[in-house]
Design a protein. Structure first.
Length: 365
C-alpha cells in the first residue's frame, strides 16, 4: 500500500509591497500575494501534508527580493516544498536592474529541489517510492524571445532518467501546459503561448514509461485534462479569481490500483480584501473586452468587428468562469455557430456531456 498527501499552489506571483508596479491591463492581483500565501500556509500546516508543489510563476516578474522572500517562507514550513520556474520568474536570459538571470534561478531554491545550482531541472524522491521530476519549460529563441519548450539536453536527460525509475510513482511538474485545457489551445493564437511547443514529444516519452500525473500552471485556470492514461492537473493562480489551491491524496492498494482524491480550496476573504472573489471577478470582467474581441474576431469564428462588439460585453465573465472550472456555457441569444463554439469551453467530455471534475474529483489512474 502507498498513501501520501500533498498540496498544489500555482502562480502565486509573489510581490512584496515595494516591488509592486501597476499596469492597466494586468489580469491578476499581485497586491494580495503575500496575505494570500500566509492564509494558505496556515491552512496547510493543519493538513498533515507530506509535501507541497508550486509549478511556476512564483514571483511577479523575477525580482530577486521576491524570490528571496518566497524561498525563506518555504524553508520555514513543516513539510518540504518543491518549485520550478515559470515565465515570470526568468523573464530574460541575463539579469536586469530588477530581475534575476535565467541561470540564477536554482541558486535561490536549494531547499526546494535544486541541489545542483547549475541545473534548472531536477528529480528527487519526495516520499518513499515516489519520484518528482521538476522540468524547466522556459527557453529563449535566437532573438532572445521567451518560448515554452523543453530543450534537447533536458529531453535527453529525461530519456535517460525514466528507465531508472521503474516501479516508482512518478509526478511530473512543468509550468507550460502539455495537454490542451481549452478547445484548440495548441494552435489558437491566444492559447498556444500557454502550451509547451514540443508537448507531443514529452507526452510520447511519459506514456512510454507509464507516467500518469502532470502538474502545471501558467493558464490561471482550474482544469483537469487527459491524454490516453495521462492526467494533467492545472491549478489556477492564487492571485486571480477564484484564488484556488489544491490538496491531493494519492492511494495505492495491495493490488496496485491507484486513486487520487482532489480537493480544491478557495480564498474567500483577506484583511483589507473582504469578499475577494467578487473583487477579482470584477477585476477580470473590467479587463475582458479587448481579450473577448480578439477571441471573437480570430479563427475559427472570424466575426466582423461590428458583430463582435455586440457580443463581447455579454462575455464579460467568460474568462472568470473558465478560471473557476466546472462551468457549463449556454448563450442562447448568440448565433448558433457562436453558441456551439463557446459550449466547447464548458466542463463537458468528448461526447459533449457534463463532466464536473475540475475542482473536486476522485480519479482512478
Amino acid at each position: 500500500m502507498l498513501n501520501f498527501r500533498f498540496a498544489v499552489i500555482s502562480d502565486p506571483h509573489v510581490a512584496i509591497p515595494e516591488t509592486i508596479w501597476t499596469h492597466p491591463n494586468r489580469f491578476h492581483l499581485v497586491e494580495v500575494s503575500i496575505p494570500a500565501l500566509e492564509v494558505v500556509f496556515n491552512h496547510l500546516k493543519e493538513c498533515n501534508l507530506d509535501f507541497l508543489l508550486i509549478p511556476g510563476d512564483l514571483t511577479q516578474d523575477g525580482e530577486p527580493e521576491n524570490h528571496r522572500w518566497l524561498a525563506q517562507q518555504l524553508s520555514t514550513l513543516s513539510f518540504p516544498a518543491y518549485v520550478i520556474p515559470g515565465n515570470h520568474d526568468v523573464p530574460s536570459l541575463d539579469a536586469t536592474e530588477n530581475t534575476i538571470a535565467f541561470s540564477e534561478f536554482p541558486s535561490f531554491y536549494p531547499k526546494q529541489g535544486y541541489t545542483d545550482p547549475k541545473q534548472i531541472y531536477y528529480t528527487c524522491e519526495v516520499f518513499p517510492n515516489v519520484q518528482l521530476i521538476g522540468l524547466n519549460s522556459n527557453q529563449f529563441n535566437s532573438e532572445g524571445k521567451q518560448i515554452g519548450k523543453l530543450d534537447e539536453k533536458q529531453l535527453f536527460w529525461l530519456k535517460n532518467l525514466l528507465p531508472t525509475l521503474s516501479g516508482k510513482v512518478i509526478l511530473v511538474m512543468i509550468h507550460h501546459n502539455v495537454i490542451e485545457h481549452l478547445p484548440g489551445q495548441s494552435t489558437h493564437e491566444l492559447g498556444k503561448r500557454y502550451m509547451l511547443e514540443n508537448a507531443p514529444s514529452l507526452l510520447e516519452l511519459l506514456e512510454q514509461y507509464g507516467v500518469k500525473l502532470i502538474f502545471t500552471g501558467h493558464l490561471h485556470v482550474q482544469d483537469i485534462a487527459s491524454h490516453q492514461d495521462i492526467y494533467e492537473i492545472t491549478t489556477g493562480s492564487l492571485v486571480s479569481y477564484p484564488h484556488p489551491y489544491r490538496i491531493i491524496e494519492f492511494q495505492q492498494d495491495d493490488q496496485g490500483h491507484q486513486t487520487i482524491n482532489i480537493t480544491s480550496h478557495k480564498i474567500e476573504n483577506l484583511p483589507e480584501w473582504e469578499n475577494l472573489p467578487e473583487i477579482s471577478r470584477n477585476w477580470l470582467g473590467d479587463r475582458s473586452f479587448p481579450f473577448m474581441m480578439r477571441l471573437l474576431t480570430s479563427s475559427p469564428l472570424n466575426l466582423p468587428v461590428a458583430e463582435a462588439e455586440t457580443l463581447a460585453p455579454k462575455l464579460r465573465n467568460f474568462w472568470a468562469d473558465i478560471a473557476g472550472g466546472d462551468h457549463l456555457f449556454e448563450f442562447p441569444d448568440f448565433p448558433e455557430v457562436v453558441q456551439k463554439y463557446f459550449k466547447k469551453f464548458g466542463a463537458v467530455n468528448e461526447k459533449g456531456l457534463p463532466e464536473l471534475i475540475d475542482n473536486q474529483a476522485i480519479i482512478k489512474l
